[in-house]
Design a protein around this ligand. Sequence first.
Ligand code: MG
Length: 263
Amino acid sequence: MRIARFSIDGNVAFGAVEGTETVPDGLVIDIIKGVPFADFELSGTKVPLSKVRLLPPVLPSKVVAIGRNYAAHAAELGNEVPDSPWAFFKPSTSVIGPGDPIVYPSFSSEVHHEAELAVVIGRMCREVPRERVKDVILGYTCANDVTARDTQRAEKQWARAKGFDSSCPLGPWIETGLDLAAASDLAITATVNGELRQAGRTSEMVNGIEALIVSITEAMTLLPGDVVLTGTPAGVGPLNVGDEVAVSIEGIGTLTNKVIKRG
Ligand code: MG
């Protein structure tokens, strides 16, 4: 099931996206009664996707992101792969939804895209053993770990470089139908203005999804709706004002955002 969060006529709701993208107006949303983090029912009330505004599919209390988790990406920036997963935070205020603008930060002149598989947590959890990881995952979505690369090089902590407003596009929806094995071998790409920049597979992760969740929850509690970004494949590169960047993941969908100047 594809679970979207959306607004219509000033109301915010979750819904299940049904139908097919290949037909114009072929997608509809069946509105969910309640929230997807508990047992829920579909209302049967359906609205065309074209009539709603998609929002970030979750409002995470935190986004935990992993650095240098694809060897080819670590190498392209002249870095070594760390011995164990390197986690950092992107704040809740960095999250935007599909179609929302990435606002170019005033303090940077080198902003990069990073296409990433995002894991959406479904239940409160800590110290999750490897065999229980599948039970704490609600589903998967696309993410762009937008990064001020010059700031990242200049500052030891990445809070500004990777935490500025609009630096965490998520969406377009949460795919709940992928099991761990499927999610661990998906094609992932980034295009800028239609030109292919990044192309990899989630199977190239140095530490896989299970190892990442085990490592993160050794240290902290994850809450329903929290998001784990799993690292980016090679091919990161600059975004400029006016660019349209799209992150696509096989079996999930495409997350598109435009870069705008700070107003
Ligand atoms: Mg990243």
